[in-house]
Ligand binder design. Structure first.
Ligand code: PLP
Length: 431
């Protein structure tokens, strides 16, 4: 019998042992491309691998050797061109460091750039697995910053910075870091405004903190075309925070305070474990000197080579475009279904890109409890808001992902979710 192997997929679970590939329960928590999209990777990776192997046979097979610490010049040059086109804004190869994904990038930031008795400022709700990573650095303090629809509350961030600031020691560059996602934030889906981004840069400079941006959704922006009922990826991409920082790079006092931590996980495949950090020169120098990267001979030299070919052959761009089209259609299906079916006492934020929809329930609801009810009685689930908070707040929110499932299944699942919400709210209503 052809029994499918159980694979431990950390994103595909909600802290339980529920597999998103299990069609019995509609799991709306998976932050990954779905199987229909990933199946296309087999062919494009076959073509790119053939292309790269032909080259390696004629060129000393360097791909199979330890690589240069921050990635080969060819990889960084090819990636810089790919990103410049995708962002519609210049990216320099000298600013790029190869990683094995944004998770790895974040770990490198924490372990190499920061004083280990320093402070990690985070949005009051933030990427839940980043929080788990921060907690492992238990000599550092995690401080939560209130978040509005426009971005973080900068008055409060500024006063928290004044409260905690100190001089970094032991050769580390920064005493503190603000970890965030200015573009299609996880879990809220928001996009920080231009004004907030400008103020953030001013604040980071005056306090000399680092802003570590997980920019893993930046290339996934969707346009709505009401007339033909279609979504396409043509809108000007949002400007990444890094671009705000380098605007006055020629100033004598410019040092660089932003890292844009990117990844191929959402635009190609999470399994290939490949990403990059776009960094100011002073940070690139520290990474170049990192024992871990030196000893490893770049984080992922082999895959870096294959993806270089994938980009050079135009296949990465083609795949990104396909994913964005599909994600856009799915976003539209999910928001249309919510507009029709979500009970009026709940609200949601409809994003213009990324992966997530953030739904607010009435204040008295605990979505951990709702999620259990929903799974048991309606065979559908998402992630309760408290999982994204440092202080176990935001219990009356859930995050659902629209990217993973195909349109019809997604619509049915969101409809089920709405029916479950209606029934649940009725069941907890005081008599
Ligand atoms: C904000 C954010 N950062 C990082 C990651 C993980 O990225 P990677 O697979 O590149 O480690 C995710 C995936 O869910 C994410 O949402």
């Amino acid at each position: 019998m052809n029994k499918r192997r159980e694979v431990p997929m950390r994103h595909l679970f909600d802290g339980s042992d529920l597999n998103v590939y299990d069609q019995q329960i509609a799991n709306l928590s998976a932050g990954a491309p779905g199987p229909d999209l990933l199946s296309e990777c087999c062919e494009i990776f076959r073509i790119a691998t053939e292309h790269r192997m032909k080259f390696e046979l004629e060129n000393n097979s360097y791909l199979f050797q330890y690589g240069p610490t921050i990635g080969t010049t060819e990889f960084r040059d090819t990636l810089a061109k790919f990103l410049s086109k995708g962002y519609n804004s210049d990216v320099n190869k000298s600013d790029l460091v190869l990683t094995s994904g944004a998770t790895h990038g974040l770990h490198l930031v924490l372990s190499t750039l920061l004083d280990l008795s320093g402070v990690i400022f985070v949005d009051e709700v933030t990427y839940m697995i980043a929080l788990e990573t921060f907690r492992q650095f238990n000599s550092m303090r995690i401080v939560s910053v209130p978040l509005k629809l426009e971005g973080p509350n900068l008055e409060i961030l500024s006063s928290l910075i004044d409260q905690y600031k100190f001089k970094p020691s032991n050769g580390k560059i920064f005493w503190g870091v603000y970890y965030t996602m200015p573009t299609f934030h996880n879990p809220t889906g928001i996009l920080f405004t231009e004004e907030i981004n400008n103020q953030l840069i001013r604040l980071a400079r005056s306090a000399d903190i680092l802003i570590a941006c997980d920019d893993v959704y930046n290339l996934l922006h969707y346009d709505s075309h009401e007339a033909d009922n279609d979504m396409i990826c043509t809108r000007q991409p949002p400007k990444r925070l890094f671009a705000y920082d380098i605007e006055n790079i020629k100033d004598d006092n410019w040092k660089g305070h932003v890292i844009s931590n990117g990844s191929f996980s959402k635009i190609l495949s999470p399994g290939v474990r490949l990403g990059w950090m776009e960094c100011p020169p002073r940070c690139v120098e520290v990474f170049r000197d990192s024992g871990v990267l030196k000893s490893g001979g770049a984080a992922n030299n082999y895959t870096g080579g294959i993806v270089t070919s994938l980009i050079q052959l135009g296949l990465a761009e083609q795949q990104l475009y396909k994913y964005a089209q599909k994600y856009g259609e799915r976003l539209r299906a999910a928001t249309q279904t919510l507009r029709v079916n979500l009970p009026a006492t709940c609200t949601f934020h409809a994003p213009t890109g990324g992966y997530f929809i953030w739904i607010r329930f009435p204040e008295n609801v605990d979505c951990n409890d709702f999620n259990q009810y929903c799974k048991k009685n309606f065979g559908v689930m998402a992630i309760a808001g408290s999982r994204f908070s440092v202080s176990d707040s935001h219990k009356n929110f859930i995050r659902l992902t629209f990217a993973f499932h195909q349109v019809e299944y997604l619509k049915q699942s969101v409809e089920k979710l709405c029916t479950a919400i209606e029934n649940y709210l009725f069941s907890i209503k005081p008599l």
